[in-house]
Write a protein that binds this ligand. Structure first.
Ligand code: FAD
Length: 398
């Protein structure tokens, strides 16, 4: 093994760009290859808890992100039909006091723009668009990347940040064996001005019901409201951010839900629909010169709102491991030792939230309140979230 100098990152998503910034900060020569001809994130929101925001602070991006985010006062749980609400947890100053950093609710495009602009300013000419990786060959000293446009490139190390349909994972480990989860996600972003005043509060809301749940939260300082509606259905299996659905179909999936949920759905122009899939967790992500991060190696149901956060943590832990261990095999072993267990726990914890959020007792008004009070007691909430928000990707052992 040679000392790592040059690193190719495949994929300029949230995970790939975070990794690229963290690697560049540590003096590596990084080039990012992205298949898209033009960069732009989908119109959707993203929740960023303190564990992810800590990483961005270390990259000098905190003020920029805060200026484009919503900083909610807290999150609440609401019952699908009566609308009764319970506190989930406090955020705002509480997040800073408990975990060191604020909890941000952001438009994905705002976060992506901030990462891209920072990388292009710090490493000019090192983000190459229109470069769809077709495959790679690992030699004794280098890895050679082959692109669909018949060009190639070389680096000491290749990082596969190419998302849930990763070609790099497939070449290393074969098919990821996806299984439909039985849940479809609807999503949309709504101008807050189109909603009644009480739906514009600086709060995140998890609506829970017997066969689905809805996540609602403010974006861009309250200018926009994000809607994600998850429903149990078995007739839709396309896994894509860009498939438009139909408003009437979305409203039909939430028939009988509280008027606040229906008002949100009515305000969405064209709801997009995504089939949520499950994949077995992986115990190893690397070969001699190639490793993976983010959705390429641990895609998850979004029921803990931690998918991007895991990709973001991966990026900085991988950069620290490569800095600490000049030998790539040792660096990858340290990276996996720090990350595989945690990310698998997120995948399992997110899946466990399916039954918690969609429990049949929620249909019974005599049982629903007691169920919510027990499941969302402050002790249970602490056990489910503290270990996520407390994590410090900057000091975890590598
Ligand atoms: P991606 O963002 O998918 O980026 C992959 C990049 O690689 C893309 O730019 C792609 O074009 C590029 N690429 C792919 N193939 C190639 C190739 N062959 N050559 C070159 N480039 C390639 N996470 C949170 O933390 N909080 C949330 O609130 C949250 N909400 C969610 C809601 C929903 C409905 C869903 C479905 C997910 C949610 N997530 C959330 C999860 C989050 O979106 C993902 O975990 C995250 O985007 C993964 O980032 P990534 O960088 O690994 O992959």
């Amino acid at each position: 093994m040679t000392t790592t100098t040059s690193i190719a990152v495949c994929g300029a998503g949230l995970g790939g760009l975070t990794a690229a910034l963290a690697l560049h900060q540590r003096g590596f020569e990084v080039t990012v290859y992205e298949q898209a001809e033009q960069l732009g994130e989908v119109g959707a929101g993203l929740q960023l808890s303190a564990n992810a925001v800590r990483v961005f602070a270390s990259l000098g991006l905190l003020d920029r992100l805060v200026s484009r985010a919503s900083l909610p006062e807290g999150k609440q749980v609401r019952l699908w039909n009566t609308g009764k609400s319970w506190k989930l947890f406090d955020l705002g100053t509480e997040s800073v006091e408990r975990y060191g950093y604020p909890y941000l609710m952001m438009h994905r495009a705002d976060l992506h723009d901030a990462l891209r602009e920072a990388f292009e300013a710090r490493a000019p000419g090192r983000l190459l668009l229109g470069k769809r990786l077709a495959g790679f060959e690992e030699g004794a000293d280098r890895v050679t990347l082959r692109f669909a446009d018949d060009t190639s490139a070389q680096a000491d190390v290749l990082v596969g940040a190419d998302g849930v349909h990763s070609v790099i994972r497939e070449q290393l480990f074969g098919d990821s064996d996806p299984k439909f989860s039985g849940c479809v996600a609807w999503r949309g972003v709504v101008p807050a001005a189109d909603l009644p005043e009480h739906l514009r509060a600086p709060l995140g809301t998890n609506w829970i019901g017997p066969n689905g749940h809805v996540i609602q939260y403010p974006l861009r300082g309250g200018e926009l409201v994000n809607f994600v509606g998850i429903v149990e259905r078995d007739d839709w299996e396309i896994e894509s951010w860009n498939t438009p659905g139909d408003s009437a179909e979305c409203a039909a999936d939430f028939k009988g839900w509280h008027p606040d949920v229906l008002a949100l759905i009515e305000a969405v122009d064209t709801p997009m629909k995504w089939a949520l899939k499950l994949r077995p967790t992986m115990t190893s992500w690397s070969s001699a010169r190639v490793t993976l991060l983010g959705d390429a190696c641990h895609p998850t149901l979004p029921f803990l709102a931690q998918g991007s956060a895991m990709a973001i943590e991966d990026g900085v832990v991988l950069a620290r491991a490569l800095e600490r261990h000049p030998n790539q095999a040792e660096a990858f072993a340290a990276y996996e030792a720090a990350r595989v267990t945690r990310t698998a726990a997120v995948v399992d914890g997110s899946a466990a939230n399916t039954d918690r959020f969609h429990n049949p007792v929620l249909a019974d008004p005599n049982q629903a309140d007691a169920y919510v009070e027990a499941e969302w007691s402050q002790d249970n909430v602490g056990q489910r979230y503290d270990w996520l928000f407390d994590y410090d990707a900057l000091t975890v052992e590598v």
